[in-house]
Design a protein around this ligand. Structure first.
Ligand SMILES: [Zn+2]
Length: 261
């Protein structure tokens, strides 16, 4: 499932494939990925426009054109791919943007849980993103602590709630909590000043390493590298990892490194 590092990777695909290029043709092969706009509406709005500098907020991507903005969310399986117009179209290529200079940007998505929106102005963008908290990559420590402590409940639930903090998903939250040695079911209101400072630092470090990889990398020294093993053990201490369901998602932690408070 795309999290902040994956979407940051898609932003870079958009930047290198489409920035400064004119949209020659929009080919909607599956209108099921469009929200609040028809295939014809999307074509009329974007054909002839030139893509500017793309922006990301949390798991959302904004493809600005100087006029309307294409807004993308990748759900569980979405991605952006830079192709040549002559490349074979794949089964899950839902929308093709043929660009000047012999490029074609494709929105590819198997499960179609989210998709594309068209924002006509900044008011539309604000409306689409109004429930998003501050971006996890750019939030400063004071704001991070303020938004997290304002959210009651477990730490895992708070970190993955996009209205608290935008960009973290299941893998990142577990990885960050393991590095910060905090149990995912710790209550946010029980965190000490030192816990919060460590959590913020580990979040920054995890994101700094994950963004260049374009994913949460399943490295041997990372929790993410072991969570799907048949009999997973902690890469730091060798203890058997625990699994449960939290915030509706499979949650993994080390009972030794992340003890009860
Ligand atoms: Zn451990």
């Amino acid at each position: 499932m795309p999290e902040l590092p994956d979407v940051e990777g898609f932003r870079q695909v958009l930047e290198s494939c489409a920035r400064g290029r004119t949209v020659r043709r929009v080919d909607v092969r599956d209108a099921g990925v469009l929200h609040d706009v028809s295939a014809r509406g999307l074509r009329n709005a974007l054909e002839g426009r030139r893509f500017g500098a793309p922006e990301r907020h949390g798991k959302w991507l904004l493809a600005r054109t100087g006029g309307p903005t294409l807004v993308l969310h990748f759900g569980m399986t979405g991605r952006l791919v830079c192709c040549h117009p002559g490349d074979a179209v794949e089964a899950h290529d839902r929308v093709l943007f043929t660009l000047s200079g012999g490029r074609q940007l494709r929105f590819r998505d198997q499960r179609k849980l989210q998709g594309l929106w068209l924002a006509h102005d900044d008011f539309d963008i604000d409306r689409l993103l109004r429930r998003q908290g501050p971006d996890a990559l750019t939030v400063d420590r004071a704001e991070f602590e303020a938004v997290l402590c304002a959210r009651r409940g477990s730490l895992k639930t708070a970190l993955t709630d996009q209205s608290v903090l935008a960009g973290l998903g299941n893998l990142l939250a577990d990885e960050i909590l393991w590095r910060a040695r905090l149990r995912p079911d710790r209550r946010t209101r029980e965190l000490t000043e030192a816990d919060l400072r460590r959590l913020y630092g580990r979040m920054r470090g995890t994101l700094r390493a994950a963004v260049p990889a374009g994913c949460v990398p399943p490295r041997d020294s990372w929790l993410t590298g072991h969570r799907d093993d048949p009999d997973p053990t902690c890469p730091r201490c060798g203890t058997g990892l625990r699994r449960s369901r939290m915030a509706g998602r499979g949650t993994v932690w080390c009972p030794r490194c992340q003890p009860d408070a």
